[in-house]
Design a protein around this ligand. Structure first.
Ligand SMILES: Cc1ncc(C[n+]2csc(CCOP(=O)(O)OP(=O)(O)O)c2C)c(N)n1
Length: 380
């Protein structure tokens, strides 16, 4: 008996010849298998920096004669709606969107609930047909509807419940082809000259923790926040529980409206999803803001799928290019401590190189409104 992931891929291969994805933890095995099936030309798999970008890439691929599909998390659909309507739908281009439907089945992350629960209504409101796929028996719905997406140039969203994969014991081999054939030597010289990556995100947080005392710390969602809570909880920590890509914008908003020192702990995947926030930060240049980009070259919280900082992007150069003057790349313990000891004398961007890996820490046991109140009280 094939595993559900394998069954689905067999169905997909009949109709789809171009795939874009941005990971969700619940479909990490499915994505590995898709990459195995699509990661080589002439079939394509494109890893995305932002879901919206995938809508554009798929529209272009459809113009070029391909039959595209996307794999994203329910929260990612929120990043796609405008492009789905004003591009894909407007020009009557085909797109199948497979959505890892969070927030509705044994959800451990409260922040997934608002978007996940309302997603069918959001799609209905946008006029995008959708099918709810609750078990692998419902794959027959996909089989029936997928050909029409490409025959009739339609958008269709398939909402995949985590229940489909929960008992699957599919065995994943490292396909090594996440990144097409992009060569690492295309990466900028700066990455190569930097000291080698040594520490995990957890170890970096542990090293910098003593220097976070009584500062407002805005922390990236997923494992970064859980690890920070475990290492050093303080009432002035704003733990993000959702809203990927918003750590630096939140920190920027606080720094503009408060005299407190603000530290943002961001991630490479999240900064690549919303890099424009670095330009806004550079323009406003608040004196009390430090952005620490912990760059582990991967979407650590969803299964360590590589991001483009593992191949061709240097985040420090990105920050510099957007106009942030005070930037530094750090990898060693002493370097990290030295930079953290220095008081903030203006907007700073610290590019902390890390290796992938998460610490096995529990969920944060605080209600989200308590997190908000503690930070507001501290800011008052
Ligand atoms: C819009 C959106 N797309 C996808 C996700 C799923 N997701 C949650 S955390 C995460 C990875 C974040 O990676 P990064 O910022 O590099 O931090 P790391 O976990 O590697 O420290 C992803 C893809 C999400 N929460 N929201």
């Amino acid at each position: 008996m094939p595993y559900p992931e394998e069954e689905l891929i067999e169905i997909l291969k009949r109709d789809i010849d171009f795939v874009c994805s941005l990971p969700c933890e619940k479909i990490k095995n499915l994505l590995e298998l898709i990459i195995g099936a699509y990661g080589h030309r002439p079939l394509y798999h494109i890893p995305l920096t932002r879901e919206e970008e995938g809508v554009g890439i798929c529209a272009g691929a459809a113009l070029g004669g391909r039959r595209p599909a996307m794999f994203v998390q329910s929260s990612g659909v929120g990043n796609m709606i405008n492009a789905l309507l004003s591009l894909t739908g407007f020009y009557k281009l085909p797109l199948a969107v497979f959505v890892s439907h969070r927030g509705v089945y044994k959800e451990g992350i409260e922040a997934q609930v608002p978007m996940g629960k309302r997603l069918p209504g959001v799609l209905r409101g946008a006029g995008i047909p959708c099918s709810i796929i609750s078990t692998k028996d419902d794959f027959k719905v996909i089989e029936a509807k997928l050909p029409d997406v490409y025959r009739k140039n339609k958008i269709h969203a398939f909402l995949l419940s985590p229940a489909i994969w929960e008992d699957s014991e599919v065995v994943i081999q490292d396909t090594g082809c996440w990144m097409l054939d992009i060569k690492t030597d295309r990466a900028s010289g700066i990455i190569h000259r930097a000291s080698p990556r040594r520490f995990t995100r957890y170890e970096i947080l542990d090293i910098i923790a003593p220097y976070l005392d009584s500062k407002v710390v805005v922390c990236n969602l997923g494992f970064p926040s859980k690890e920070l809570f475990y290492i050093k909880h303080q009432p002035s920590n704003f733990y993000m529980l959702g809203s990927m890509g918003m750590a630096t914008p939140i920190g920027l908003g606080i720094s503009l409206t408060s005299n407190k020192q603000v530290i943002v702990i961001d991630g490479d995947g999240s900064l690549l999803m919303n890099p424009g926030c670095l330009a806004t930060a550079a323009y406003l240049a608040p004196e009390n803001l430090t952005i620490i980009a912990i760059d582990n070259g991967s979407y650590g919280s969803t299964g360590d799928q590589p991001t483009l900082t593992a191949s061709c992007v240097d985040l420090e150069l990105v920050a510099k290019g957007f106009g942030i003057k005070d930037t530094i790349k750090v990898a060693g313990k002493k370097q990290l401590i030295d930079v953290m000891k220095n008081p903030c004398k203006g907007l700073r961007f610290i590019h902390a190189l890390a290796v992938p890996g998460n610490k096995d820490v529990p969920n944060i046991p605080l209600h989200h409104l308590k997190i908000k109140k503690q930070v507001q009280d501290f800011l008052r």
